[in-house]
Design a protein around this ligand. Structure first.
Ligand code: F6P
Length: 372
């Protein structure tokens, strides 16, 4: 009998429970495995906080949002304990050995893939699954969580349309995505946003304002601007690029720390950028403007049918990989199938929106402004 540990890590998203159910049910019923859950991501592994995955507990979770295991953004090698940050890798390995586990399943996004690879290198057998509303995990066509978030964000934009039209306003809607703009792009296209601003395509504020003024001239008295959290103007993108370059080139540790500090400061300030953007657009267009931040609404609640199917497909494929002892891999969605991809090829990489992606081209073709 295989003894398998399982945890969910990173930001939660709809579909995690469906995936847990897929792995555990298929593992138990098709391959006779035993499962032990760890609470709150890698923190629970380090602290040996477990959860018995009784079959009754899995009943009915397919449709529930969030994760029954709990989650955290903790990393075993850099864990905050009290007011200190410590390397707790040894404790994580200890827990794994103490329970005589044959493998550990880690459900998570980009950060989780990195942590999974680290533990694999420590001699643990690890298999991971890709989840995130950002859709930026490398090596997989899609990640579960994205489809649900896309649906929520699209519905929100639909609703904003009717109020924007009635009041003849500009409505700026901020969508999640610090580094990757898939969600803003997808929801922007599906919701018919007039402007889409992404982290991958720096914008010029004046061009955005001009696009809105052109709409007004054409008799369209409202505009929807879909902005990803991490979207930046050309100047802001240059500032970041410059600081990153200086940090990389710095010989002294103190200089590297100085530039890291400056970058952190920039990102802290940038949290308000949609507030400033909305105000600036109002000033430049003389049109009343409002801002809506969708925030964690995009991550909560019941998964879409598509995410339930995807999570079940990947979860059950994960159980098959466990039975075959195919470790050190992430189970990726490829076409209609599921394939193991070496963690080495996934960890530390991000799938960003290529500026010439067909979605971007399609959006441009229907007249969407990217501000570039
Ligand atoms: O990675 C998923 C995500 O929702 C991002 O889109 C967002 O920037 C971030 O997590 C928010 O993180 P937190 O859970 O710390 O609010």
């Amino acid at each position: 009998t295989h003894h398998i540990g399982i945890l969910t890590s990173g930001g939660d998203c709809p579909g995690l429970n469906a995936a847990i159910r897929g792995v555990v049910r298929a593992g138990r019923e098709q391959h006779g495995m035993c499962f032990l859950g760890f609470r709150d991501g890698f923190r629970g592994l380090v602290q040996n906080r477990t959860m018995d995955l009784d079959p009754r507990l899995l009943s009915g979770i397919l449709t529930d949002g969030g994760t029954i295991l709990g989650t955290s953004r903790d990393k075993p090698h850099k864990m905050t304990i009290g007011d200190k940050t410590r390397d707790m890798t040894e404790a994580a390995v200890d827990t794994y050995r103490r329970h005589h586990l044959d493998a550990l399943v880690c459900l998570g996004g980009g950060g989780t893939q990195k942590n999974a690879r680290r533990l694999q290198k420590e001699g643990l057998n690890v298999i991971s699954l890709p989840k995130t509303i950002d859709n930026d995990v490398a090596g997989t066509d899609v990640s579960f969580g994205f489809d649900t978030a896309l649906g929520i964000a699209t519905e929100a934009i639909d609703r904003l349309h009717s109020t924007a039209t009635s009041h003849h306003r500009i409505i700026v809607v901020e969508l999640m995505g610090h580094r990757a703009g898939w969600l803003a792009l997808g929801a922007g296209i599906a919701g018919g946003a007039d402007v889409i601003l992404l982290p991958e395509i720096p914008y010029d504020l004046e061009k955005v304002a001009q696009a809105i003024r052109d709409r007004t001239r054409a008799g369209k008295r409202f505009s929807i601007v879909a902005v990803a959290e991490g979207a930046m103007s050309r100047e802001q993108a240059d500032t970041v690029e410059n600081l990153l370059k200086k940090k990389k080139e710095a010989d002294r540790k103190s200089d590297r720390q100085k530039y890291s500090g400056k970058l952190a400061e920039f990102h802290e300030e940038h949290l308000n950028h949609t507030v400033i953007l909305t105000r600036e657009l109002e000033r430049l267009t003389q049109q009343e403007s409002r801002l809506t931040i969708l925030g964690h609404l995009q991550r909560g609640g019941t998964p879409s049918a598509g995410d339930r199917v995807l999570a079940t497909r990947l979860g059950t494929a994960c159980a098959r990989a466990l039975a075959d002892e195919r470790y050190g891999v992430m189970i990726a969605a490829r076409g209609r199938g599921a394939e193991p991809v070496d963690l080495e090829e996934v960890a530390g990489k991000k799938k960003l929106v290529p500026p010439d992606h067909p979605w971007v081209t399609a959006a441009r073709d229907v007249g969407t402004c990217f501000g570039d």
